[in-house]
Write a protein that binds this ligand. Structure first.
Ligand SMILES: *Cc1c(COP(=O)(O)O)cnc(C)c1O
Length: 467
């Protein structure tokens, strides 16, 4: 297929996608927030056989659009509350189209100066909003899973270097053992990072957490003191996935400093509390850590996939993940993006971050964070006014967990009924051994009317289902 001008097959495919994208986004707030679960129908539209000769691109795109009408969940709309995911802001979507169009392979500064420069500017803005030291390094990774992995890799590098061990060269065989300490309500992806790095997901020290899921500062201090002299990696959390709880970072940082422990923060969404004067008491002291993982595609509302691996000592992140070869001619003066991520070839994520931040502005980011938290409290107030509905967490951030009639099956049935109605998307999880309905507000476009409509649907379902 050649790119041969107006009316060509290539342009017809691009036009079809563009027209559909605009119509989809325009109607997003009114769409049913679910998708038809019919693999057979979807496969019938997509076609099972790969053709020998290929097909016109516009036909292929047309089929995807048709399948999208039944197979795509409007996750980025204002009433998808079941994960903490946000929804892509239009400025970020447009910048992502440019990233796909320009198709830059963002490894080195030389061939991709615009993509590299957008990352440098966006890095500065992110550090400023998150109130982290300006000299800190950021890798633009796929999300908080890889941000955790990268932060932990930097920790492994630095902790073992301090003990005279070059882990990148020698691996972990014969290395001093790293003692990993984390809260009992840490996120599953932290354990994945530990697994990938050979640190093991089970040989960790778990510190007790409170009813809301925040780590006990005293428990942490005692555990770290008992490990004095060993390489210690402490993982704390800003924003527990169910409750939004933030660990007590000040006391945790004190304990880490006293025992030369590396402090890593999983702040996938919760770290954004730093962007608001009204919320940042929740994350007080978080700037004292050595590394941080934070998502862009959740509360910052960029398109997937995008997150930041942030490391105070740039030499620790580059020492852990940079890749070198004679054909990869790195700039000596400018920042080479691939030196800060585990990936070599990747798309230019920095465009969407730059565009989303520039479009929202400092005020817009702050307002998004504060509005989402206020909307979570609005939902709590609306639901808890009903006898039999309980909120199980302290709604300090953007997360709320609810229980109906103190009954697992009823709680599940209420969430299922609302999701089936298409009004809002809700899921359950287990909290302290009980089924709860999760409610996460992180979308830039969610407003009070969305909360009120959802609360009404939830209460309608509860009243119909309770005996
Ligand atoms: C979502 C989340 C992650 C994982 O992030 P991805 O963007 O899905 O890779 C890690 N930690 C916490 C606390 C999260 O909420």
């Amino acid at each position: 297929m050649a790119h041969d001008g107006p009316g060509s097959e290539a342009e017809a495919a691009l036009d079809a996608a563009f027209r559909h994208a605009r119509a989809y986004l325009r109607t997003l707030p009114e769409r049913r927030v679910d998708a038809e679960q019919s693999p057979a129908r979807l496969a019938a539209i997509l076609g099972a056989a790969l053709s020998d000769d290929g097909e016109p691109a516009a036909d292929v795109v047309g089929r995807l659009i048709a399948a999208g009408e039944i197979g795509v969940t409007p996750m980025s709309g204002p009433r998808f509350f079941s994960f903490v995911i946000g929804g892509a802001h239009p400025a970020g979507i447009a910048a992502d189209w440019l990233a796909a169009t320009w198709d830059q392979n963002v490894g080195l500064y030389g061939p991709t100066p615009l993509a590299a420069t957008a990352e440098v500017i966006a890095s500065r803005w992110v550090l400023d909003l998150l109130r982290l030291p300006a000299s800190t390094a950021i890798g633009f990774v796929t999300g908080a899973t890889m941000a955790n992995f990268t932060g932990l890799a930097a920790a492994r590098h630095a902790l073992l270097a301090r003990h005279g061990w070059d882990v990148e060269a020698k691996g972990l065989y014969g290395a001093p053992e790293i003692e990993v300490v984390l809260g009992a309500d840490a996120h599953s992806t932290l354990f994945a990072g530990l697994r990938y790095l050979g640190l093991g997901s089970e040989r960790v020290h778990r510190v007790a957490t409170d009813a809301n899921g925040a780590m006990s500062a005293q428990g942490l201090a005692e555990r770290v003191a008992s490990l004095h002299g060993k390489p210690i990696l402490v993982c704390a959390q800003a924003g527990q996935i169910n409750t939004g709880a933030c660990d007590p970072f000040g006391p945790i940082a004190d304990a880490c400093a006293a025992h030369e422990a590396w402090l890593h923060i999983d702040g996938a969404f919760g770290l954004w509390a730093q962007a608001s004067d009204a919320m940042r008491h929740l994350t007080a002291g978080v700037e004292r850590a050595d590394s941080w993982a934070v998502d862009a595609h959740k509360w910052l509302n960029t398109p997937y996939d995008c997150g930041f691996a942030i490391v105070r000592d740039p030499a620790a992140i580059t020492g852990a993940v940079s890749i070198h070869a004679s054909y990869l001619q790195a700039s000596e003066e400018e920042r080479n993006p691939s030196h800060f991520t585990p990936e070599l070839s990747r798309r230019a994520r920095g465009f969407a971050v730059y565009a989303t931040l520039a479009a929202l502005g400092r005020q817009g980011v702050r307002e998004t964070v504060e509005r989402c938290c206020a909307l979570a409290r609005r939902m709590r107030d609306a639901l808890c006014a009903e006898p039999g509905v309980e909120c199980l967490n302290d709604v300090a951030l953007n997360q709320a967990i609810f229980r109906f009639g103190d009954d697992d099956a009823l709680t599940q049935a209420v969430a299922d009924a609302v999701t089936k109605s298409g009004v809002a998307y809700l899921h359950t999880a287990q909290w302290r051994g009980r089924t709860v309905m999760r409610f996460s507000v992180s979308n830039w476009s969610t407003r009070e009317a969305d909360i009120d409509m959802t609360a009404a649907a939830v209460l309608r379902a509860f009243r119909a289902l309770r005996r």
